[in-house]
Design a protein around this ligand. Structure first.
Ligand code: LLP
Length: 387
């Protein structure tokens, strides 16, 4: 049998139309339990970043566990409400919130708008006034810290579009405090995604400590410190590190952030919660030889999982039905008419043939949620080990 076969219900996979996302809900459940266990002793709210995976079964499971939701669109607000997330534990981020999306958030009295600019702050105040409501707001600060991740998923350096620079923060805070229908609750940060070192988070804590001191001296107390998300996962060893090191992550903040008794600690985690519970399951359509290379051509493509094409991301690839002892080196590609439709170069697999089932691992985050219908392909469906 191929590598990692014991984890997958291969018999039932044989009956399924491929490609599809397979979610192991036991892994998700254990991951959520671990987060809840570790955050019990502190007043902490973890918001699940719905953009990572908005599948309704996944959302329901996460809502049931009591986590909050981090949202970036009106569509996500609606999905979170339907899944049963508590509006008081919703944070709405994004640089370009439109009026209807803001109104939807105000109507449901969500816990916090993470605002990214002064014009946005003013519009939220205006719309809240029109609706006779007050909006809870945190200011997203751009701390100018390089998280040493892929350039497309780093968000907190001075020259990208996110947040408000520290040099103008005093003015923005004063402004927010004077807007009648704004309730300024806190500060928000987010460094980027797939961050595997704790050093950037330590630096973030130092910046946050400086800001807490600075504003306390002016008599301003921020009730919420939202430190964002970004905790990375182990794409190379999904079975060995199936649950990310949340302890190390939370301990970093426990040690380095000088939280006051009146403050609540918030996070927004996406990838680390859902990545390891999901795999993209696909069949080999053809094995093809060119002069120098052998290609395994799958029935899944970049439309189903775009991360390798977009970020040169590596996902572990396993042939879960091959009984071959001998191995060969393949480029594993999809059917889409683009050269970037490649899942891996020079991937060593057991000898692979037409009809074999392949699992592309750690695909629970930013897989299904980024799927498209390019080439008029169908969106992948989803299969669960439970429920
Ligand atoms: N909070 C904010 C404000 C964010 O922008 C993000 C992700 C998160 C939280 C959650 O970050 P996480 O814990 O998932 O790293 N499509 C890319 C990742 C884009 C992340 C966008 N923002 C990928 O596939 O790697």
């Amino acid at each position: 049998m191929g590598q990692g076969t014991n984890k997958f219900p291969i018999e039932s996979f044989q009956q399924e139309q491929t490609p599809f996302y397979y979610y192991d809900m036991d892994i998700l459940h254990k991951t959520l339990q671990e987060i809840n266990r570790l955050t019990q002793e502190y007043p902490t709210i973890v918001h699940y970043a719905i953009k990572a995976n908005g599948n309704e079964h996944i959302l329901k499971e996460i809502a049931l566990s009591g986590l909050g939701a981090d949202l970036v669109s009106g569509g996500e607000i609606k999905a979170a409400l339907e899944a049963g997330f508590d509006p008081k534990k919703m944070a709405f981020s994004g640089v370009g919130k439109t009026d209807w999306e803001i109104r939807l958030g105000i109507e449901h009295e969500i816990g916090c708008f993470n605002i990214e600019s002064v014009p946005e702050l003013e519009i939220i105040n205006q719309l809240a006034t029109e609706m006779g409501k007050t909006s809870n707001v945190a200011i997203r600060v751009n701390p100018d810290i390089d998280a040493h991740t892929h350039r497309f998923i780093t968000t907190a350096t001075a020259d990208n579009k996110f947040g408000i620079g520290i040099e103008v923060l005093d003015q923005v805070v004063e402004h927010a405090l004077h807007l009648p229908n704004i309730h300024l609750r806190g500060l928000h940060f987010h460094l980027g995604s797939q961050i595997t070192l704790m050093k950037p988070y330590e630096m973030l804590c130092e910046t946050a400590n400086g800001l807490i001191d600075h504003f306390e001296k002016k008599g301003i107390e921020f009730e919420i410190m939202n430190m964002g998300g970004g905790l990375g996962i182990d794409y190379a060893n999904p079975d060995e590190h199936c649950i990310p090191d949340f302890k190390l992550f939370f301990d970093t903040f426990k040690q380095h952030l000088k939280l006051r008794p009146y403050q609540q600690l918030h996070f927004e985690l996406g990838r680390s919660i859902v990545a390891q519970c999901g795999s993209l399951i696909t069949r080999v359509t053809f094995v093809k030889e060119n002069r120098n290379k052998q290609f395994v051509i799958l029935d899944a493509g970049m439309t189903d999982l775009i991360r390798p094409a977009l970020y040169e991301a590596h996902h572990r690839i396993q042939n879960i039905t091959s009984a071959e002892m001998n191995q060969a080196t393949y480029d594993v590609v999809g059917p889409v008419c683009e050269s970037s439709d490649t899942f891996a170069h020079d991937c060593i697999l057991p000898l692979t043939k037409r009809g074999d089932i392949i699992a592309i691992r750690s695909a629970g985050a930013y897989g299904e949620s980024m799927a498209s219908t390019y080439n008029m392909r169908h969106l992948p469906h989803s299969v669960f080990n439970k429920g």
